[in-house]
Write a protein that binds this ligand. Structure first.
Ligand SMILES: Cc1ncc(COP(=O)(O)O)c(C=O)c1O
Length: 379
């Protein structure tokens, strides 16, 4: 990262007013640890623009950390990775329109299949394109989302194996509650999956790659690791949930920062922002940070940020591109100061998990909700 001297004396600048810093070393480290912990191959899940961290850059770092596979949700994400020259095997975990199959197969992208009619369309499209499509059959062991039913599982796999333009490389399922390890449902899902695998073994239909574990499965359910694990949130150093925390040495990769654009003292009774959702009660130092809801900072009361290592409240409503800070705790704050929304500053820290709790959601949604216009800067 290049820092210039800003025109404000003593103030370093990267030329941005609002930006995300991604520590790719943290991603490499976390993936390496997941590989060690699981003892099997890792499919790093980098869908949704690498959970907001950046698709291509995270994909590259994950491979450097030892991931041999990358998982995405959409075929366009897979093609972007393939075109970036990433050497990993790339798999689309979600639905793909049959008309994209030829293109996917041409780039060696693996697709999920869980429905006979759709799989038939895939076989047709791959055949027409003169390609063989690698597929992983997905089974619903309890999540109630994508997945073929278990009852005709062996029959479905046999039928798939007979489609000339398809090569059945994997079989997988997804865990609904592994982030609540105290609940019995994950073991119930795994035992149903094991029964299917036993049937496939007997029929000589067990493919090379069996996988089930998301981050929480990888960390808390050794029986879910099979041949390959599919961690997402943990590669970013974020925990699956409060009841499924990460090992201590995992490192969050993302920080979100903005510049302080204005600092001034306003007299008592002064309204702040649209519809005056805050009034000063005395002379108050009010700052303006260059971050708003069009960056992903939620338009709600009760937000906070770090300035000069101190936690300060956001006051008034969050605007599209800006928000106001109450700076009484930092009398030396000045224009150009770094405002931290997620990450560390001095001894203070704001975690995505904490914001998730404040916003009534989860850390996943916080980082995936950081909008495209915020530049990502890689370290
Ligand atoms: C099919 C599938 N596998 C793996 C993952 C990774 O999950 P996590 O981010 O909880 O590790 C996801 C994420 O939603 C998923 O949909």
């Amino acid at each position: 990262m290049i820092y210039f001297q800003s025109i404000i004396p003593g103030m370093p600048s990267n030329g941005q007013t609002n930006w995300i810093e991604v520590d790719l070393g943290a991603i490499r480290h976390n993936v390496r640890r997941l590989r060690e912990i699981s003892g099997v191959q890792v499919m790093a899940v980098v869908k949704a623009n690498g959970y907001g961290h950046g698709l291509v850059e995270v994909g590259q770092a994950a491979v450097e950390g030892g991931a041999k596979w990358l998982g995405v949700a959409r075929v366009d994400e897979a093609l972007s990775l393939a075109r970036s020259g990433n050497p990993a095997r790339i798999m689309v975990l979600g639905y793909t329109e049959p008309e994209r199959v030829g293109e996917a197969a041409m780039h060696g992208v693996r697709l999920a299949v869980y429905d006979r009619q759709v799989a038939q369309a895939y076989a047709l499209c791959a055949g027409e394109a003169g390609q063989v499509l690698h597929v992983h059959a997905k089974f619903d062991t309890g999540m109630g989302r994508l997945g073929h039913n278990l009852q005709d599982g062996v029959e479905f796999m046999r039928w798939l194996s007979e489609q000339h333009a398809l090569r059945v490389e994997g079989v997988f399922t997804h865990l609904a509650e592994a982030d609540e390890p105290e609940k019995p449902t994950t073991l119930q899902q795994l035992s149903k999956f094991d029964a299917l695998l036993a049937g496939l073994n007997d029929a000589g239909l067990r493919p090379e790659w069996v996988h089930a574990a998301n981050s929480a499965g990888t960390l808390y359910f050794p029986g879910s690791r099979y041949d390959l694990v599919r961690p997402g949130i943990s590669i970013y150093g974020l925990q699956p949930s409060d009841s499924a925390p990460l090992p201590e040495d995992f490192r969050p990769a993302l920080s979100w920062k903005a510049c302080l654009a204005s600092v001034k003292t306003l007299p008592p009774g002064h309204g702040i922002g649209y519809n005056f959702r805050y009034y000063t009660s005395r002379d108050e130092r009010i700052g303006v940070a260059a971050v708003g809801y069009a960056d992903g900072f939620r338009r709600r009361l009760g937000n906070f940020a770090l300035v000069r290592g101190k936690r300060v409240p956001v006051v008034g409503g969050v605007c599209m591109d800006q928000c106001m800070l109450q700076l009484d705790a930092v009398p030396d704050a000045r224009i150009g100061d770094e405002v931290v929304l997620i990450g560390k500053q001095g001894e203070s820290c704001i975690l995505a998990e904490e914001i998730g709790r404040e916003w009534g959601t989860i850390n996943y949604e916080v980082v995936c909700g950081l909008l495209a216009r915020v530049p990502r800067i890689y370290k």
